[in-house]
Design a protein around this ligand. Structure first.
Ligand code: NAP
Length: 307
C-alpha cells in the first residue's frame, strides 16, 4: 500500500513532542510538508499557512492539525474542501457546532475526518473499560490536577477565549470517562474559577451523573508537587484505580498493571486505517460535556494569573 503523504500544521509543543516522532516511526506515512507561522522542521519543506502548503504540495492526501482549537475550524475547512483526509488534535474545535459542521462537510467531500482523543489510547484504558463493562457503578472520582507553568509554559491561548482553560487537560479525563463507563454521562453542576485577567477557568469542580452513579471531577491547573491524572471507580466488584493518565490500572486482588506510552503511534495507525477503510471517527461526547459544564457553571473570579 502506498504511503500516505501528510502535511502537519502548527509546529508547537505537541507536534514536536509526539506527532513528529510518531510519524517518523510509522511506515504508513510520509511527512511531505509543514505549515506554521514560525515553526519549521529540519529537512521538511515548510510553509507559513495551510493554504500555501496545499497549493505548493498537490500530492499531499492528508493533513494533521496541531494548532490550538480556536481558529482550527477555518484550517479544517480549507483542508477538507481541498479533498484532504483530516486528523484533528483534541479538542477537535472551539465549539460543538463547528465539529458537527466539519463532520458533515467531510461526509459531503468523501474524506476521512478523525477527531482524536489521545488519552483514550493510554495503555490501560481498554482494560479498564472491559473490567467495568459488567459492573454496577457506585461512585466515580476524577482528579486531573497539573501545573500549567510546567506543562504549558507561556501558552496564553489556553486561558484566552476558546482555549478551554483547565478543560484543555480536563477533556482528556472526560475522553477516558466516556470510553470506560458503561452508562452515558450528563452534567449536574459545575463551579469554575476564572482568573480576573483571563477568559477561561484555571480550576473547576464538576458533578456528573452516569446511570445511578454520581461522578465527582476536580480539575486544577495550579497543582504543584505531585501531578495527578487519575480516575477511581467504586463498583460492586471493588475499586478500580486508573492512574498516570490511563497508563496504570489497579484492580481488586490483582497486581497493578501498566504499559508503555504509545498514544500517538496508536492514533496515527488508527488514522491510516480509517483512511484506507474510507471511514471517519468523530465522537463529540467529551467536548459536549465541556460545553454543558460551561452552560450551567457558577463562575467565581479569582486572583489574576501570570505565567
Ligand atoms: P503550542 O505549543 O502553543 O503549539 C501550537 C502551535 O500552533 C504554535 O506553535 C503555533 O505555531 C501554532 N498556532 C497557530 N495559531 C495559533 C494561535 N492562535 N495561538 C498559538 N499558536 C498558534 O500548543 P500545543 O501544546 O502544541 O497544543 C496544540 C494542541 O495540541 C492543543 O489543542 C492541545 O490541547 C493539544 N495537545 C497538547 C498537549 C501538550 O502536552 N502540550 C498534549 C496533547 C494535546 P506558529 O506560531 O509557528 O504558527
Amino acid at each position: 500500500m502506498d504511503r500516505i503523504r501528510i502535511g502537519l500544521v502548527g509546529i508547537g509543543k505537541i507536534a514536536r513532542d509526539q506527532h513528529l516522532p510518531a510519524l517518523a516511526a510509522l511506515p504508513d506515512f510520509e511527512l511531505a510538508a509543514t505549515a506554521s507561522r514560525h515553526g519549521r522542521v529540519d529537512g521538511v519543506r515548510g510553509y507559513s499557512s495551510i493554504a500555501e502548503m496545499l497549493a505548493g504540495e498537490p500530492e499531499i492526501t492528508a493533513v494533521s492539525l496541531c494548532t490550538p482549537p480556536e481558529g482550527r475550524f477555518e484550517q479544517a475547512v480549507t483542508a477538507i474542501r481541498a479533498g484532504k483526509h483530516l486528523m484533528l488534535e483534541k479538542p477537535p474545535t472551539a465549539t460543538v457546532s463547528e465539529a458537527e459542521a466539519l463532520a458533515a462537510l467531510a461526509r459531503e467531500q468523501g474524506v476521512t475526518l478523525f477527531a482524536t482523543w489521545h488519552s483514550r489510547e493510554a495503555a490501560e484504558v481498554d482494560a479498564a473499560r472491559d473490567w467495568l463493562a459488567d459492573k454496577r457503578i457506585g461512585a466515580v472520582r476524577i482528579r486531573w490536577m497539573e501545573n500549567i507553568r510546567q506543562w504549558h509554559p507561556g501558552q496564553d491561548w489556553i486561558l484566552a477565549p476558546g482555549g478551554f482553560g483547565v478543560f484543555d487537560p480536563g477533556i482528556n479525563a472526560l475522553s477516558i470517562a466516556t470510553r470506560i463507563l458503561p452508562q452515558p454521562l450528563t452534567v449536574l453542576s459545575a463551579t469554575m474559577d476564572v482568573p480576573a485577567n483571563r477568559a477561561c477557568p484555571i480550576a473547576s469542580a464538576i458533578r456528573f451523573r452516569s446511570g445511578d452513579a454520581e461522578v465527582d471531577a476536580q480539575f486544577d491547573f495550579l497543582q504543584t508537587g505531585l501531578q495527578t491524572w487519575h480516575i477511581e471507580v467504586e463498583t460492586d466488584g471493588g475499586l478500580l484505580r486508573l492512574t498516570d493518565g490511563g497508563c496504570k490500572l489497579e484492580l481488586p486482588g490483582r497486581e497493578p498493571i501498566s504499559g508503555p506510552n504509545e498514544e500517538y503511534p496508536r492514533l496515527y495507525a488508527g488514522f491510516a486505517k480509517l483512511v484506507r477503510d474510507g471511514r471517519s471517527d468523530v465522537d463529540l461526547r467529551p467536548i459536549q460535556l465541556v460545553a454543558d459544564a460551561f452552560l450551567v457553571a457558577d463562575r467565581r473570579t479569582t486572583e489574576a494569573f501570570e505565567f
